[in-house]
Design a protein around this ligand. Structure first.
Ligand code: GDP
Length: 459
C-alpha cells in the first residue's frame, strides 16, 4: 500500500549550510522531478536518466527560478528505500529548501513522516529492524564507540547472530513436529538430552549478549557521573579542567530528558555525563538544603562518584556525611589542590572509605592523566581497543533477549520434568518469536510504527 504514494523531505539539517538536500522517494519521484527541474543539458530528464547519474540545472516554480541544483537519480530497487529516489542537491538555505519542498509537494509528493525513508527500506526488506534502529543510533552517536557499534549493527552483525540462533531453534521445533507426525522415520529417543544441550548453548549465546549491555550502555551513552564535595573543595575547577581537556563537547540532543545542569564531556573516547551538584554542608537555609538533598539524591543514581576533597584542609563532619552516603559505591576520591601544602594524604582517606584515590591539582592539571587512566581501567578494561565483541546497546533488544532467555529456561524445566515433547515446542516458539522481534521478523505494525516515529525528520 505504501508504494502508492511518493514522499519527500529535507534530509539535511535545519540550519543554513553550503548544501541542502531534498529527497523524493516513490514511483512518482522522476515524474515530479521532471516537472520542476530543467537540466542545463536539455536532453536530460530524471525519467530517462540512468540510475546513479546526476544532472546540473535549475529548479523552477513555473518560470520562476528558485535555485540551481544537481539532481541525483537512483532507480529501484537498489536505493536506500528500495524505490525510485531523486535527490535535489540545492543550496542549504532554510528558506529556499522549504520553498522547494513545498513545490515538490504541490507537484504530487507527500511530506514524509520522521523515519519514513528508513521505514520503507525495512518494509522493502532491504534492512531488518535492528539495522533500521542502528541508523538512528549512528546519527545520534555521542562518541566513537557509539558510532562504531551502530555501524556494525547497520551492517547486520546483530541480525546475523539472531538469525543463527533462530535457525537452531526452528530446527529443533521442526524435528519435534516431524517425529510426532512420522514416528516411524524420526525417533525421539535421546532427543531431550540433545535438546537440553542445544538450549544450554543458546542460553550461553543470549547471556553473552546480555552481559555486554551494561558496558555497551556506558560506552555509548556515557558514564553518569556526579562530582560531590564540600564548598570550595574545587568541584567547579575540576569540571573546568575536564572541559579544558575535552576534544569535543557533545551538545544535548533534542528530546533527551537530561538535567540542564549536566555537562556531556568526551575525554579520550570516554564520555562523562556530569551532573553538577551543590556543595554539601549542614545548612539551615531551605533553598540550599534542597540543593544539598538533590546532590545526595543524584549520587544514588550515578555510575561514578567523583568525591572532591580539599587536601589542604582537614576533614570535618561534612565530609563524614558525604562519606556515609557514598560508601560502597563506585567512588574515586580526588585529593585536590595537590599543589598546596597538603594535610590529607591517601592514608588518611583510606581510614574512612575504600575507594580509588587520585592526587590532583584541578588548577594546574597535574594528576589528570592518572585520573583518565584510572577511569579507562575502571570502565573499559581494554574495551576501548574495540575488540570483536558484539555489543547490545538498545534497551528494546535487551528486553527481548531477557524474554528469550526466560522461554529457553522453561524449555529446560520441561525437559527436567520429563514433559511431552510438544511442551518443548511451545516455549521454543516463544523464544523464536522474541528473537524475531529484535530483527522485526515477527514485529507487528504498531512496534515498527513506534520505532520509526522516534526517528528524525528526513531519514
Ligand atoms: P567548589 O566550591 O567546590 O566548586 O570549588 P571551586 O572550584 O570554586 O574552587 C574553590 C577555590 O579553590 C577557588 O578559589 C579555586 O581557584 C581554588 N582551587 C580549586 N582547585 C584548586 C587547586 O587544585 N589548587 C589550588 N591552589 N586552588 C584550587
Amino acid at each position: 500500500m505504501f508504494k502508492e504514494d511518493t514522499i519527500a523531505a529535507i534530509t539535511t539539517g535545519m540550519s543554513n549550510a553550503g548544501v541542502g538536500i531534498i529527497r523524493i522517494s516513490g514511483d512518482k519521484s522522476c515524474e515530479i522531478t521532471d516537472k520542476i527541474f530543467r537540466a542545463a543539458n536539455k536532453n536530460k530528464k530524471a525519467s530517462n536518466m540512468k540510475s546513479y547519474t546526476a544532472a546540473f540545472g535549475g529548479i523552477y516554480d513555473g518560470n520562476n527560478l528558485l535555485d540551481e541544483a544537481i539532481v541525483l537519480v537512483m532507480k529501484a530497487p537498489h536505493t536506500y528505500t528500495c524505490e525510485d529516489v531523486c535527490e535535489l542537491q540545492c543550496h542549504g538555505g532554510i528558506v529556499v529548501l522549504r520553498k522547494i519542498l513545498e513545490l515538490v509537494i504541490r507537484n504530487g509528493a507527500r511530506a514524509a513522516e520522521p523515519g519514513e525513508f528508513t521505514k520503507r527500506a525495512f518494509l522493502g526488506g532491504r534492512i531488518d529492524l535492528s539495522q533500521a534502529e542502528s541508523v538512528m543510533d549512528l546519527i545520534n552517536a555521542k562518541n566513537e564507540f557509539a558510532a562504531r557499534t551502530s555501524v556494525e549493527q547497520l551492517q547486520g552483525k546483530l541480525r546475523d547472530k539472531i538469525i543463527d540462533m533462530r535457525e537452531k531453534i526452528l530446527y529443533n521445533v521442526a524435528f519435534i513436529e516431524s517425529a510426532l507426525d512420522d514416528p516411524e522415520h524420526y525417533s525421539l529417543d535421546g532427543f531431550p538430552q540433545k535438546l537440553d544441550n542445544d538450549v544450554d548453548n543458546l542460553v550461553d549465546s543470549v547471556d553473552n549478549l546480555l552481559t555486554t549491555f551494561d558496558d555497551g550502555r556506558v560506552l555509548s551513552e556515557g558514564i553518569n557521573t556526579v562530582i560531590i564535595g564540600k564548598p570550595n573543595a574545587g568541584k567547579s575547577s575540576l569540571l573546568n579542567m575536564f572541559v579544558g581537556e575535552e576534544r569535543a563537547i557533545v551538545t544535548d540532543m533534542a528530546g533527551t530528558t537530561r538535567d540542564t545542569l549536566s555537562e556531556v564531556i568526551n575525554i579520550r573516547g570516554i564520555t562523562l555525563n556530569i551532573v553538577d551538584t551543590a556543595g554539601i554542608r549542614y545548612t539551615e537555609d531551605v533553598v540550599e538544603k534542597i540543593g544539598v538533598d538533590k546532590a545526595l539524591e543524584s549520587v544514588d543514581k550515578a555510575d561514578l562518584i567523583l568525591y572532591v576533597v580539599d587536601s589542604s584542609t582537614k576533614l570535618d563532619e561534612n565530609d563524614q556525611r558525604i562519606i556515609d552516603r557514598i560508601k560502597n559505591r563506585n567512588v574515586v576520591v580526588i585529593l585536590n589542590k595537590s599543589d598546596l601544602n597538603t594535610v590529607i594524604d591517601k592514608k588518611t582517606i583510606q581510614k574512612y572509605i575504600e575507594a580509588e584515590i587520585i592526587q590532583l591539582s584541578a588548577l594546574t592539571g597535574d594528576g589528570s592523566e592518572e585520573l583518565y587512566d584510572l577511569l579507562n581501567n575502571m570502565f573499559f578494561e581494554g574495551h576501548l581497543s574495540y575488540n570483536d565483541q558484539l555489543y547490545i546497546t538498545n534497551t528494546r533488544h535487551k528486553n527481548e533477549l531477557m524474554c528469550t532467555k526466560n522461554a529457553l529456561m522453561k524449555v529446560k524445566e520441561s525437559i527436567d520434568m520429563g514433559m511431552e515433547e510438544d511442551f518443548f515446542s511451545i516455549d521454543l516458539m516463544d523464544a523464536y518469536e522474541h528473537l524475531g522481534l529484535i530483527i522485526g521478523e515477527t514485529a507487528r505494525d504498531d512496534l515498527a510504527d513506534k520505532i520509526f516515529r522516534e526517528f528524525c525528520m528526513g531519514k
